[in-house]
Design a protein around this ligand. Sequence first.
Ligand code: ZN
Length: 373
Amino acid sequence: MLRNTVRQAVRSRAIPALPRATGAAPAVRTATAPLHTTARAPAQYKRFGERAAGASSATALSQLASRFGGRGSPNGGGRLGGRAPLLIVVVVGAGGTYYVTHLERVPTTGRLRFIDVSAAQERQMGDDAYKQTLQEYRSRLEPSNSAQTRRVRAVAERLIRTLDGEVTTRGIEWDVHVVNVNEKNAFVLPNGKIFVMSGILGICKDDDGLATVLGHEISHTIARHSAEKASGFKVLMAFALVAELCGLDIGISRAAATLLLSLPNSRKMETEADHMGLELMSKACFDPREAPHLWSRMQASEGGSGRGDVIKGLVSTHPVNSARIKSIEKWLPDALQHRAVAGCPEPSTVSGFRSAISDAGERFMSEPRFAHR
Ligand SMILES: [Zn+2]
């Protein structure tokens, strides 16, 4: 059924696509570094003259805090007003209850996290971002029947076929677009639309490498990472409110909350997508042992030695490739076990087959870009 859904989506005319790394794209990427394989944050629309939702919320919180004697108050001077302690108790109590009643587990990994964005809201965020993305990349979208698109789509469909029904019930209609742009990147929208930049295809090298990238992207959607991020933003705002009520400078408290909560969570999601993607590609009978090689090639293409990556990894939302490789190697025995349970042939048996696919892939890769235009 999921496959049918994919085919239906595939049948629908491919439309133009997505944001550039350097463009002032409304849909925000989660890192400034080249984002290989990242769940794309939903776009935020706003009317002309309308303030961003975050800014409005911040202002409202600031005003609220000011009323109760926070530092932001002209009269507060950093002292708590008489009613502030009671308000803090109410906010923390109500917020804590709300938080606990909106905890849910990530499929596969079982990680507990806070989510208060419904599946329908998440799909809508994805649909909005999809329109913008297609519009942005409209002139560089690979045709849906091109060799490259068909190859990427074939690998994606093979991965999606292994998903269980839980994702289907969320009404996700998967689709894949290849964008002719020399970026080593791929991302997925919350509605299951995957965009692969053609610059990453050479790094992928073969279908196992491609399955590593696509498995990661599909896993972001299965795990509802976009909804989790949107929900996490609310938590940050709640922390900012309490900090403001306590007289802390709201700017500083927000920055601290971002560092303490947002970045580690984002990196956790990336690592989780790596882990889930590895399991997914294994169940689909790809060779998970190729995943570390993909990230090695990515690292080499970026000229990274792996040493200077440490600092980058601390401040980035993305795990550095060397850390990624170590984690994946640790998960490999389990991944191979999943592969065996799925009844896949031994990877060594498949290697000849994979070479054949790879050869075909090389031919596809060697086709002149934009040849169809
Ligand atoms: Zn990612």
